[in-house]
Design a protein around this ligand. Structure first.
Ligand code: XLS
Ligand code: CA
Ligand code: CA
Length: 434
């Protein structure tokens, strides 16, 4: 069903590189085959419910600025249904294969977890209908364990076990709904699993609680037969001063310590990487190297502002590098690109919401095509192979596999011949390719 505020917007079509209509794709030709798969199959893009349908354009200094009629009565189930109509109309017009949501995004607003559970049950049948009717799948579901004041000191890591139980109830419900909707993943973002001050915080106790919480989820996932992938989404801070899931390496250390590493992979968000003082490319490459790469929340920060601005991605060079890593790793398995991005508060026209997603997706499509050229011409691959070549000989392989002791190794060595790292040459190559 078309929602009245989107009535004048046509279905978004691919019109080619030279198109100058902002309500059409220049690069995203969904069925175009690149390296054996269509762009749609490679990118697996999703629209998020929270920024696009559950946010009125307020900020800490100002009230809502957007025309989102369904948000004027947040406690009404009728309004939740209207939001569902609007959201699926939007997904459809963009040709989105996936979407993502939190429990609180889709259900009518509730004061208690019990009421939330009731509201979620009420919306689940209409939601299933919408997904079927429009052939749109769930990339991931998640529970919001950070907005309600009961979670102000954390959910799983709260000093109060009653809060832990409320969080467990919310996750149980959302995990089961995600399973029922055949979601491809389930995300855990620990927004308040951290601290504001160590004066009132016992880190060790909180980490133990968090690990227990995750184990319970893993067990329940097995019990209900949910085949989707569990994903943790790292973020260093905001809303808490320090978050336990600070970055990829920190999450890996935590998962290893509590023996959870085989059951959980990571959902990497671009803006969270840069908030942690790392590059998005580093976080993706690091997750791949440790075999915990799962999915991506695509957006960008602002180079001058130190917070999570969640802007739409627009850097084709950066995305080309990201897509090269992902393609070299064989592409997404259960994951995809979720547009966890929001409009600027001044972008009040309904068209702006479309243009933002079209622009972000076109950048990904163009970057994917660039990445395929980089992979096909093998320049980077050959360079790296050549650089590490000496590790392939028998002696080096034995050294790596642990065959020799430190004493054996130093028995016979030569002063090495030093070589150029060729960074400028490689950067020049990437500039030409993008
Ligand atoms: C907030 C996070 C959040 C998660 C889902 O910064 O990005 O939106 O993706 O809870
Ligand atoms: Ca996110
Ligand atoms: Ca974010």
């Amino acid at each position: 069903m078309t929602h009245k505020i989107f009535k004048h917007i046509p279905a978004i079509e691919y019109r080619g590189e030279d198109n100058d209509n902002p309500l059409a794709y220049n690069w995203y030709d969904a069925e175009r085959i690149i390296l054996g798969k269509s762009l749609k199959e490679h990118l697996r893009f999703a629209i998020c419910y929270w920024h696009s349908f559950n946010w009125v354009g307020n900020d800490v200094f100002g009230e809502g600025a957007f025309n989102r009629p369904w948000l004027s009565n947040p406690k009404s189930h009728q309004a939740a249904l209207e939001k569902l109509d609007a959201a699926f109309d939007f997904f459809n017009k963009l040709g989105a294969p996936f979407f993502c949501f939190h429990d609180v995004d889709i259900a009518a607003k509730a004061d208690t977890v019990g009421e939330l559970s009731e509201n979620l049950k009420k919306i689940s049948d209409p939601l299933i209908e919408k997904m079927k009717e429009n052939n749109i799948q769930l990339l991931w579901g998640t529970a919001n364990l950070f907005s309600h004041p009961r979670y102000m000191a954390g959910a799983a890591t709260n000093p109060d076990p009653e809060v832990f139980k409320c969080a467990a109830y919310q996750v149980k419900n959302m995990l089961e709904l995600t399973h029922q909707l055949d979601g491809k993943n389930y995300v855990l973002w620990g927004g308040r699993e951290g601290y504001d001050t160590l004066l009132n915080t016992d880190i060790k106790q909180e980490l133990d609680q968090y690990a227990r919480f995750l184990s319970l989820i893993i067990d329940h996932k097995e019990k209900i037969g949910f085949k989707g992938q569990l994903l943790i989404e790292p973020k260093p801070c905001e809303p808490t001063k320090h978050q336990y899931d600070r970055d990829v390496s920190t999450v890996i250390a935590f998962l290893e310590k509590y023996d959870l590493i085989d059951s959980i992979k990571l959902n990497i968000e671009a803006n969270h990487a840069t908030l942690a003082g790392l590059s998005f490319e580093h976080e993706v490459a690091n997750a791949i190297a440790y075999d915990v790469f799962g999915s991506i929340d695509i957006n960008r920060g602002d180079p001058q502002n130190g917070w999570d601005t969640d802007q739409f991605n627009n850097d084709c060079k950066e995305m080309t590098l990201i897509l090269t890593h992902i393609l070299m790793d064989g592409g997404f398995k259960s994951g995809g690109f979720n547009f966890d991005a929001k409009l600027r508060r001044q972008s009040i026209d309904v068209e702006d919401l479309f243009i933002a997603h079209i622009g972000g997706l076109d950048v990904l499509a163009k970057a994917l095509i660039n990445a395929s050229h980089i992979i096909e011409d093998k320049f980077l691959e050959s360079f790296k192979n050549e650089r590490y070549k000496a590790w392939n000989n028998k002696e080096s392989q034995d050294m790596l596999s642990g065959k020799f002791s430190l004493e054996d190794i130093v028995e016979n060595f030569n002063e090495p011949k030093i070589r150029s790292g060729k960074q400028e040459l490689l950067e020049k190559y990437i500039s030409i390719k993008t």
